[in-house]
Design a protein around this ligand. Structure first.
Ligand code: ZN
Length: 113
């Protein structure tokens, strides 16, 4: 597999997410994780704050997945599902290079939520 192509896309995405998150933090809308947990009640009290809280959480989660995927490139494990170990569908990797799951396991994950 041509992991260089994906590594470049992942690094671009990592930079993009980092700068978006830094922007959110700069506006004082996303604080440290411990602090966020303490202020959840406050955050949910105001719809606007809750929305950016969720946005920041989602971005942090994606950033984590991007970094994990970059680690899997280093380990030579990139492109295989972390649950069942089967190859992830190429079209899926092309669309979401940081996904840790094959389509089937992604659907199982989605059902859990
Ligand atoms: Zn799988």
């Amino acid at each position: 597999m041509n992991t260089q192509h994906f590594e470049k896309r992942l690094r671009d995405k990592e930079r993009e997410l980092e700068s978006t998150l830094a922007g959110l933090e700069g506006e004082g809308r996303v604080s440290g994780e411990a602090e966020v947990r303490d202020s959840i009640d406050e955050a949910t009290a105001s719809q606007g704050t809750a929305e950016s809280f969720e946005e920041g959480t989602l971005l942090s989660h994606t950033l984590e997945q991007v970094r994990d995927a970059l680690r899997r490139i280093q380990d030579g494990a990139f492109g295989t599902c972390t649950v069942c170990g089967r190859p992830i569908e190429p079209a899926r990797l092309e669309a979401v290079p940081w996904t840790p799951y094959c389509l089937e396991d992604q659907q199982k994950q989605d059902r859990k939520i």
